[in-house]
Write a protein that binds this ligand. Sequence first.
Ligand SMILES: [Mg+2]
Length: 233
Amino acid sequence: MKNYVFDIDGTLTPSRLPIEKKFETFFLDWMNGKNVYLVTGSDKEKTVEQVGEKIWSSVKRVYQSCGNQVFENGKLIKQIEFHLDEKMEFLLNNFLASSNWTEKFGNHFEQRVGLVNFSIIGRNCTQDKREQYYQWDLINQERIRICKTLMHKFPDIEASVGGEISIDIHEKGKNKAQILDEIEGEIYFFGDKMDKGGNDYPIAHRLELEKREHKLFKVNSPTETWNLLKELN
Ligand SMILES: [Mg+2]
């Protein structure tokens, strides 16, 4: 049986925002009788806020925090811990102080289950500033540079670009790809960050590496995902 795995930010919903109502209705109907999984760097609260309680509890499994916290039909079944050590924190604070992006809004470190989310602009920024930073980072590649430096200095950890303004930091291997250990059979994967350095890359890369039966659906927006699902029907 086919397994349908969906990233959330940029794939089912606009980044950090709720799913479009009509798409929610469509999706709930579409997923009937299918093996559907969600995978995201966010926590449960944020995901429920984004996709709604109905989708959240009706899918087979939700992999929160890049699979470090797993819910099956709404019930917690697995949890892994991770915390920054002093040296990592020091390095990240240096990035914060030396960034060419000078507007900071607070909430730069967010402890999540199994990972730390780090943001130069800060998660307290407005939607407008978030968009500005995202565009700036596309040109300046700051987040990719931070990830590379972190992984070079701390070989036991992994860092990847996620969403529009932040990076996810966790133990090596504890990225989104770990969910593949728990899903058997063919996988259809939908994500918006499958290129190297993106947080969907580990899944896409491992699927290709292991020559497992799969199909990758690289999307640029929830609308594109919606259209692809209509075609699949
Ligand atoms: Mg995404």
